[in-house]
Design a protein around this ligand. Structure first.
Ligand SMILES: *Cc1c(COP(=O)(O)O)cnc(C)c1O
Length: 376
């Protein structure tokens, strides 16, 4: 099949590599290939590039360079944060508080830890996908060693009351981890000022390359490694340094830092245009999630008496990429754990569709998508 052009509305799955990120990476994919840990002179350039990138990432978070550890991505950062916190606090207790709408990288790490003897509270959310700060407070016991709540949800784009939860965690002296993978870039986040001890980010969700991420660890937390080996990243995360990935991620973060307001505005304009027309022109369509506390590029709608997979397929035939909210590997209609937690019925006779926009999307692209959806 050949399309006139690709129309990409799935930025929450991965964002296109920004040209500035690609350009920053190029030398390190070519002649500057050395291992930064090597002793000869050319390796120093690689080392400097990595430390510059660390300094930039720290600057964007109002953190210190020694609080930034590069990982292979959001999944590894989430695993490390949660398992590391449990390991660190094992003498104090073994209870984790999280939410029902976390990414599988958090949920499945918690499920694993339950098998290892931890107790996990999966807090519910309201109809918009917001977790209650009161619920967090009430779930705390003497055994609680970690609170892990995402900054913004990857399916419905709902932004969680992270600052207020940070205050609760700090008052109780409990470590607070935030999966900020969807939010970082889109939103400027200063973890220390929000009471965040551990924060996961991922390069490919904000215009950097895939396979690179970071974990912010507040310098007061005596954290240990999850991955052992040659002692890279101050002994905290071994493995030969991904120089192009690190440099590309920092370049992408820098572009977001510079253009954030403008890019948010254009995402919001496209998103609102899509939502306004979809709700008016598609019978029964409703917006999922929160109208106010929402990532600027996220639109998530449900359409009654429709099939999400068929909608995605019809869009795909026109070169338009979007996603269903559901994990439908078996082909049966089963809604996502996020919608389920938000109170949507399990037996879905409606389509759940996620459109996540980037700054480069245009109204004409939205017009094409709406035409396809209306024709169904
Ligand atoms: C994508 C995503 C992850 C996983 O990040 P990877 O870098 O792809 O491993 C974790 N959490 C959230 C909220 C995500 O959206």
């Amino acid at each position: 099949m050949k399309y006139e052009k690709k129309i990409y509305f799935d930025h929450a799955a991965t964002a296109p590599l920004l040209k500035e990120a690609k350009a920053a990476m190029e030398p390190f994919l070519g002649e500057d290939f050395e291992n930064p840990a090597s002793g000869y002179t050319p390796a120093a350039k690689c080392r400097e590039a990595v430390e510059n990138a660390r300094g930039q990432m720290a600057y964007f978070m109002r953190a210190r360079p020694e609080e930034i550890f590069f990982t292979s991505g959001g999944t590894e950062s989430d695993n490390w944060a949660i398992r590391g916190a449990v390991e660190l606090e094992k003498k104090r207790g073994n209870h984790i508080i999280t939410t029902q709408i976390e990414h599988p990288a958090v949920l499945n790490t918690c499920k694993y830890l339950e098998k290892q003897g931890c107790r996990v509270t999966y807090l519910p959310v309201d109809h918009r996908g917001v977790v209650s700060v009161e619920d967090v407070k009430n779930a705390i016991t003497a055994e609680t060693v970690l609170i892990s709540v995402m900054y913004a949800n990857n399916e419905v784009g709902t932004i969680e009351p992270v600052r207020a939860i940070g205050r609760v965690a700090a008052a109780a002296g409990i470590l607070f981890h935030v999966d900020a993978v969807q939010a970082f870039g889109q939103i400027s986040i200063f973890p220390e000022s929000m009471g965040i001890d551990l924060m996961s980010i991922s390069g490919h969700k904000f215009g950097g390359p895939k396979g690179i991420g970071a974990l912010y660890v507040n310098r007061q937390v005596p954290f240990g490694p999850l991955i052992f080996g040659g002692g890279q990243e101050s002994g905290m995360r071994s493995g030969t340094t991904n120089v192009p990935g690190i440099v590309g991620m920092a370049a992408a973060a820098s572009q977001w830092n510079r253009n954030r307001e403008r890019w948010n505005r254009s995402e919001r304009r496209i998103r609102d245009y899509f939502v306004r027309r979809a709700l008016k022109e598609i019978p029964g369509a409703t917006l999922t999630g929160s109208a106010e506390n929402r990532l600027s590029g996220n639109a998530h709608i449900t359409i009654p008496a429709s099939n999400g997979i068929e909608c995605i397929r019809a869009l795909d035939e026109r070169g338009i990429m979007a996603s269903t909210g559901s994990a439908c590997s078996t082909g049966r209609k089963k809604i996502s754990h996020v919608l389920l937690a938000m109170g949507y019925p399990e037996e879905a006779d409606y389509a759940a569709l996620r459109f996540t926009f980037g700054p480069e999307n245009t109204p004409e692209e939205v017009d094409e998508a709406l035409e396809v959806l209306k024709s169904l």
